[in-house]
Every structure is written in structure tokens, then in C-alpha cells.
Design a protein around this ligand. Structure first.
Ligand SMILES: CC(=O)N[C@H]1[C@@H](OP(=O)(O)O)O[C@H](CO)[C@@H](O)[C@@H]1O
Ligand SMILES: [Mg+2]
Length: 502
């Protein structure tokens, strides 16, 4: 077929370095930008197939999120704005790793397995963050998508591209598939929501935003114009001089537990940080004693679910709400939500797609990773019940007010999303191999008060991650070090022995 001949010719312009092997991990492909041209071209091909296969628009986001500026990556977005289906992650890996001569057979294999009708039209939306390699790499994606079937949105955040894909596939029901449409929908809901907050002070209208020197900075500037001064933003790390994610951004703040470079915090001032593609957020402030307080994903989930629970009670609505976390959630947040707030709690594997799927099982599913990825999902039934109540002329003022606040909350939230020897179970909280590792961790944990620890292979880097929590910082550090040594000993460590953590 002519289509395949064209693929053959074009793929020669995007050659794969022989022997290079990459894996579609938790957040797609991610590595040094120099090694990604062929991957981008091939993801353009794959997104086209996925679009024909689902008869819907598919998104391709070119980003390496919180990683250094020199890196880049790519992730695919499925029709409703969610992460691409798991079996297609496998196809992505096959296609990215096929040597030059094996590309066509690999492509034909996917077409056959999924019984794809090649005459079906395709539509692919492409977006990228601010990395300097992004323009060329998104062009390589578009080379893979036939020119008629692609739309390049250029510079957008990951949540914006998810939103646009979802709008396109719901014929505008979710909103208008443009960046302006995104600002309008979210800012109008925000203004309505905050106007209903009694006695909102000027302090509460002010927010310091660390843009991580990336796309979040550009887009928050654009959005500010729509907020009618209901939110006044002081923007730091706007990309005009600093380097992307360097000494700033959500990951830096979460890991270092301190303010990013460039943000001058006054006591009690509200601050927040995005990551490199603005799909993570963490908040922080400093108390009068100069102590740094972080509001990470665990705290955000706690605040949101408490707020929603209050409104549900006021509205008299019987909706099933759950909070979904991962093994990284601080044990006290889980206990507080479960025992004090009486919220249904779920724990899943690391990675937004796992949390997202678990959250979909409830009328209202609040999900957050500790590092600040997350959102709230409302089922269709929940949305309908809330709408009915808001429009019901016979219900009391209090109920109506609560229902209206819930409605504005739904609209202010962008609901669409965004190795090897060690094997784990129980949402990655226990290791089943290598033999003896879990027992070793259990006996180390027993030595400390209020302690938890687990290990798991990262889904985005070639490392094993060690997590530890305990009553004091010193105990947590000591436990982390001891568990790292056990991993090194029992999982056949290579390279340097692990060093104590800070
Ligand atoms: C401990 C941690 O923060 N892990 C991150 C990280 O995954 P790893 O599988 O741990 O490398 O990157 C993922 C994608 O961005 C994110 O979803 C996840 O939360
Ligand atoms: Mg990110």
C-alpha cells in the first residue's frame, strides 16, 4: 500500500540508533533528547493507529516533566483525556525498539492484532513543553502523523492537552477545545466558587507561583487575565533567566522541603510550585518561627475531601466518596482520613493511571500522589444529582447553596488526567522477591516508632526507590539507610553502596 511506502521513506529520515532500547514507562518514554527523534516519529505513527482504532482524537505530549532541560519524552493521551491503554504501552515499546528494517513488520503486526481499518480517518493533537528540543521533536511526531490528520497546539501544559483531547471527543460537551476555552471554563468556575466564600481577605486573593522556569509560567500569565483579580499572582521562575526545573519546581520543593530559588516568602504568604509540564502542584508557606510547611498531594487530598464532605452533608446528598493514594502517602494522612474523617481509602500502584482507574469506581474519587499529581473525578450520576438539586426550586437555601458550590467545584477541576529483580504486591507496599527482603525490612521497621518502609523499582528510571517514614527525621533517615543496605545486599546491588540520605 502507498501508505506503507511513505512510512518507509519517511522513517529513513528519522533513523533509530542501532541497539538503543527504551521502555514506555509510567509516564511514557523519557531520556536524553538526543536519542528521541525516531521515537517521536514512531509515536506519531502509533497515535495515528490508535486514533483509527478508537475512531477518536488522540493526544501526544512532548515533555520530560520534572527532569532536566536536556531530557525530553513523549506520552500518549487516550480519547477521554486519560493515559493510553496498557496494551498500547506495549505496542509503543515494540515500535520504539524495532530496528530500522523491522519497523514496517512491527507496524503491520499491530494493525493485524487490533484489526485496524486503515481507511478510517485519524486525528492527532500534539503539544509540547518549553524544552529547547521540543520544537524539532514535535515536528518528528507530526512527520509520523500524516499532515492532514494532525493538529499542532505548540506550547501547552500536559493538563491542557488532556483537556483539549477530551473536549474534541465529547463534541465540546466538556468545553471548547482551545487554550482560551480552557482558561474561560476554569476561571469562570473559580470566580463563582470564590465569590461564595464569605469574608475572603485580600491576603487570600494573593498567590506566589513558582513556574519552574517552564510552561506553567507562560500559561499562568495567560490565564491571569481571565481571573478578574479574584486571584492576584506574583510569578517567580518565569523562564526569563533560570533553567527549567533547576533549583525550583514541585519536585525540588517536595524532595528538599524548602522554598525554590527566587521565591521570597513572607510569613504566612501562600506559595505554590508547578513541575516542568505543570501536571503537578504543591503548596507551601512559612510560619512565624520561620518553619517551612509543605502542603503536598496528601495534604491537598485531605483538604479537598474534607471540603467536599462538608458540602455533601449540607446538600444532604448520599454520594460515595473515596480518596485514592499510593504507598508514598504519609501514614498519618491515611489514618486521619480513614479514622477521623471516615472516608473510604484505596491504595494503588505508583502512576496516575492506576490512581485514576481506582477513583473511577466511586461517585466522587479524589486521587493524589504525594508529589502533587492528581485530581477529583465525579461520576455522571454524581454530576446529575448535584445539578438536579441546584435547580430544584423546592429545596432549602442551604442545600441549594451547597449544590451550587459543588457544581462550581466540578468545573474548576480539570478531571482528565494526566524494573526488574524486585517484585512487589499489595499496591507496591510489600516485596515478594528477592527472598528475604520483605522480612529484612519488617525487622528494621520494628526498631522505630510509627515507622513504615517499602521498596519498589521505579517505572521511569533505572533505580530502586526506598521509602521510609518514622516519628522523627533522624529515625526516618536511619531507617532509609538501613533498608537501602538490605536492598543492596539482597537484590544484588551493583555500583556504589547506598549513602545515607538527607
Ligand atoms: C516516588 C515518585 O514520586 N514517583 C514518581 C515517578 O515514578 P517512579 O515509578 O517512582 O519513577 O514518576 C511518575 C511519573 O511522573 C510519577 O507518577 C511517580 O509519582
Ligand atoms: Mg509532570
Amino acid at each position: 500500500m502507498a501508505q506503507f511506502e511513505e512510512v518507509s521513506q519517511k522513517s529513513a529520515l528519522h533513523p533509530k540508533p542501532a541497539g538503543l532500547v527504551l521502555q514506555y514507562g509510567t509516564a511514557g518514554f523519557r531520556t536524553n533528547a538526543k536519542n528521541l527523534d525516531h521515537v517521536m516519529f514512531r509515536m506519531g505513527l502509533l497515535a495515528t493507529l490508535r486514533s483509527k482504532n478508537t475512531k477518536a482524537t488522540i493526544g501526544v505530549m512532548v515533555t520530560a516533566s520534572h527532569n532536566p532541560e536536556e531530557d525530553n519524552g513523549v506520552k500518549l493521551i487516550d480519547p477521554m483525556g486519560e493515559m493510553v491503554a496498557m496494551v498500547w504501552e506495549g505496542y509503543a515499546t515494540q515500535l520504539a525498539n524495532a530496528e530500522q528494517d523491522d519497523l514496517l513488520p512491527a507496524l503491520k503486526d499491530i494493525i493485524k492484532r487490533e484489526a485496524i481499518n486503515m481507511t478510517q480517518e485519524a486525528n492527532v493533537f500534539v503539544g509540547r513543553d518549553t524544552r529547547s528540543s521540543g520544537a524539532c521533536l514535535s515536528q518528528a511526531v507530526l512527520d509520523g502523523v500524516s499532515t492532514l490528520d494532525g493538529h499542532n497546539y505548540g506550547l501547552v501544559t500536559t493538563p491542557q492537552l488532556h483537556y483539549m483531547v477530551c473536549c474534541q471527543n465529547t463534541q465540546g460537551q466538556y468545553g471548547e477545545a482551545t487554550v482560551e476555552g480552557y482558561y474561560r471554563k476554569l476561571s469562570q468556575a473559580f470566580i463563582r466558587l470564590t465569590k461564595n466564600v464569605p469574608n475572603r481577605t485580600d491576603d487570600q486573593k494573593h498567590l506566589c507561583v513558582d513556574g519552574a522556569n517552564g510552561i506553567g509560567a507562560l500559561k499562568v500569565r495567560e490565564m491571569e487575565r481571565h481571573l478578574e483579580r479574584e486571584l492576584q499572582i506574583s510569578l517567580f521562575n518565569d523562564g526569563s533567566s533560570g533553567k527549567l526545573n533547576h533549583q525550583c519546581g514541585a519536585d525540588f520543593v517536595k524532595v528538599q522541603q524548602k522554598a525554590p530559588t527566587g521565591v521570597e516568602m513572607t510569613v504566612g504568604e501562600r506559595c505554590c510550585s508547578f513541575d516542568g509540564d505543570a501536571d503537578r502542584i504543591v503548596y507551601y508557606y512559612s510560619s512565624s518561627a520561620g518553619r517551612f510547611h509543605l502542603l503536598d498531594g496528601d495534604k491537598i487530598a485531605t483538604l479537598i475531601s474534607t471540603f467536599l464532605k462538608e458540602l455533601l452533608t449540607q446538600a444532604g446528598l448520599d454520594l460515595k466518596m473515596a480518596v485514592v493514594q499510593t504507598a508514598y502517602a504519609n501514614g498519618s494522612s491515611t489514618q486521619y482520613l480513614e479514622n477521623t474523617m471516615k472516608v473510604i481509602m484505596k491504595c494503588t500502584k505508583t502512576g496516575v493511571k492506576h490512581l485514576h482507574h481506582a477513583a473511577q469506581e466511586f461517585d466522587i474519587g479524589v486521587y493524589f500522589e504525594s508529589n502533587g499529581h492528581g485530581t477529583v473525578l465525579f461520576s455522571k450520576t454524581a454530576e446529575q444529582k448535584i445539578k438536579q438539586l441546584a435547580e430544584d426550586s423546592t429545596s432549602s437555601d442551604e442545600k441549594k447553596r451547597a449544590a451550587l458550590l459543588l457544581q462550581n467545584t466540578i468545573n474548576v477541576i480539570n478531571q482528565v488526567s494526566n524494573p526488574r529483580v524486585i517484585d512487589t504486591t499489595d499496591a507496591e507496599r510489600r516485596a515478594v522477591s528477592p527472598a528475604g527482603l520483605q522480612e529484612a525490612i519488617d525487622s528494621l521497621v520494628k526498631k522505630y516508632r510509627q515507622a513504615r518502609s517499602f521498596v519498589r523499582p521505579s517505572g521511569t528510571e533505572d533505580v530502586v526507590r526506598v521509602y521510609a517514614e518514622a516519628e522523627t527525621q533522624e529515625s526516618a533517615d536511619a531507617l532509609a539507610h538501613e533498608v537501602s543496605l538490605a536492598v543492596y545486599r539482597l537484590a544484588g546491588g551493583v555500583g556504589d553502596e547506598p549513602k545515607p540520605l538527607h
